[in-house]
Design a protein around this ligand. Sequence first.
Ligand code: GTP
Ligand code: MG
Length: 432
Amino acid sequence: MTTGGRQRRRLTATETDLGVERQRAYLVSVIAPGITERQAKLSIDELGLLTLTAGSDPEGQAVLRRDRIDPATFIGKGQAQRLQRETTAADVDVVVFDNALSSVQQRNLQEIFGCDVVDRTAVILDIFAQHATSKAGMLQVELAQLRYRLPRLRGRGIAMSRLAGGIGTRGPGETKLETDRRRISTRISKLDKELAHIGKVRRTQRKARRRADAIGAALVGYTNAGKSTLLNALTDAGALTENQLFSTVDPTVRRLELASGQVLISDTVGFVRNLPHELVEAFRSTLEQITEADLLLHVVDASDPEPERQIAAVHEVLAEIGALGLPEILVFNKADIAPASVVPRLLSLHEGSIAVSARENTGLDQLRDRLSEARRADHIVAAYVVPYDHGEVAAGLHRDGEVLEESFEEQATHLKVRGSLDALRQYDEYRL
Ligand SMILES: Nc1nc2c(ncn2[C@@H]2O[C@H](COP(=O)(O)OP(=O)(O)OP(=O)(O)O)[C@@H](O)[C@H]2O)c(=O)[nH]1
Ligand SMILES: [Mg+2]
């Protein structure tokens, strides 16, 4: 077990004016079997950043190793009681677990610690609740929160009865949150319907874009990788950028004029390891923006200690939303502060990737060239699934594009095709 003290962060001017009390938090991480010490350390560091972003100051932390998870208290009653002496001494308001807790575990731990206990998912949901500004964004966050809270309703006694907002208690729908499951379920289906409608409107807009002959590029990447900064550097968009996690929750779209034509670039919410499933589900209509793009600009923070893990985490979420088959340009950002040996290694490991610094405006010409190439549309590579009874479609793909890979699966032919966007557009409904 390691314990680290931490200086209490000074309140910013606005926080003082508003009389906002920051909570004191204590972080706990249990190293699961198969996870290395280093990975656990990176993960709890990230939890610390998430907690800070959510508005609480980590005052200490414990990394525990356990072979067995206790169904009642996750870390075992004895261990919890030992920790309780520390959290009480540190006068903390909330204990934050890096691991997912069941409602029973959360309730029992709250009793032992005598304060709020939340998990990583609650912290991320809370940040989203604070950062969402559009109607759709707020609806999506509320939906995610309700889905997360529904099974935990009985466990939230302490937090729900308190007026002051802390991690896990804030949100657009707070006043509407009833302890009545039925009403919550009704609200969930209402939100589902409203969001389905918003999704429909967005899809119409996207069709208009296609008709206007612009290609859509979606910025994707780990949170804090520099997506919004890159959008600003490319288009003077004035998007909010901040050295904190999940500054962007609502999508922005900006036009980039290139010699070869227009590219519409969209910026959206960043990803994080173990992005709560409730969020991915609720944010479907926002994330659809990514699925509907013609190509992905995958921004990676090259100065991160483990850029490869960031890439993998992003690919996991892309797979979950069905966007893994899209053409992708890997953009290694923050080249200005990445260790000198790292960037060349990343570039050689990932064919076709480029290095930029959105802050120092380096590498942007190369990125524009790359986008231009894509715009000229002879470089689109897309994956298709064509059922066997649509043989004419497979034949068409062979005629209109260059088939790079083809495999015959149980139900359908899977093809990877290079070709012009224009020529391939007619096959969009078969695109993976
Ligand atoms: N040194 C350096 N810092 C950068 C660069 N690009 C972005 N940053 C900084 O990285 C931080 C995050 O940048 P954002 O553009 O907000 O990142 P994001 O990916 O949009 O993050 P979220 O919206 O929070 O997911 C900010 O403090 C930026 O100033 C870069 O090329 N070099
Ligand atoms: Mg951003």
